[in-house]
Design a protein around this ligand. Structure first.
Ligand code: SF4
Length: 228
């Protein structure tokens, strides 16, 4: 692997002994903390914008509040909040009132529950389903054999429309539930309000994509063999 290419995922050192966490810590040759000072500086410049600073500040407060027993030391700190609680609390901290909920038709039951939780906490919720607009998949140039329902009409996922709907409704914070790979990318590209992901889609693994990674040395060992 190229030693010039920033590669935190390849960092060989224990987390607490890395230079990004400890001034006297160690750094590999591809370390961005050492080699990319201008990037870190540019990021700090962004934090001079008051609205960005406030967003980042509240996110870090939320992060800390995700643990109990911090006063007993790092080794004793333990997580106490599920992600849904964190999203509700963070949106409250930011003073948001209107939330956009972008969801996949396959997760409609979950979206209904989440919408109810937001509403019960005083938020106004605008929601948009992936299939909104009933636009045929042929619009994307797909052949019939590339659809799921071969031989039938099939609405395409419409993440750009989901984003534009929320932009028009002036949502202040968008929450994504189960958008497909790539459709999620388009939603993020077109949405104007800041977004967070409540759940990602993994059709096979019950929306827990890390299950394949956790079992990479056993049931999912075949992933280690490149496909081409
Ligand atoms: S910033 Fe440097 S020390 Fe920290 S994880 Fe990345 S490569 Fe390792």
């Amino acid at each position: 692997m190229d030693n010039e290419l920033p590669g935190c995922a390849r960092c060989p050192f224990e987390p607490q002994g890395r230079i990004c966490q400890d001034e006297g810590g160690q750094a590999p040759p591809f370390c961005p903390t050492v080699n990319k000072a201008q990037v870190i500086e540019k990021a700090l410049e962004e934090l001079k914008k008051p609205e960005i600073l406030e967003f980042a500040r509240q996110a870090s407060i939320q992060e800390g509040e995700g643990y109990a027993d911090r006063e007993l030391g790092y080794a004793r700190a333990r997580p106490v909040k599920p992600r849904i609680t964190e999203i509700i609390e963070f949106a409250g901290k930011m003073g948001y009132q209107k939330i956009g909920l972008a969801f996949c038709i396959a997760l409609r039951k979950e979206a209904k529950v989440v919408e109810g939780l937001f509403a019960a906490n005083g938020f106004t919720v605008v929601s948009g389903l992936c299939k909104m607009g009933r636009v045929p998949k042929e619009t994307l140039g797909l052949r019939d054999d590339q659809k799921i329902k071969i031989g039938c009409f099939e609405s395409m996922c419409n993440p750009i429309a989901q984003a534009l709907l929320f932009n028009e409704e002036k949502t202040e914070f968008n929450v994504m539930i189960g958008l497909c790979v790539g459709h999620d990318s388009l939603f993020l590209k077109y949405a104007q309000a800041p977004c967070t992901v409540f759940a990602v889609k993994d059709r096979l693994l019950g929306h827990n994509p890390l299950a394949a990674i956790y079992t990479i040395d056993s049931f999912y060992r075949s992933l280690k063999v490149p496909t081409s």
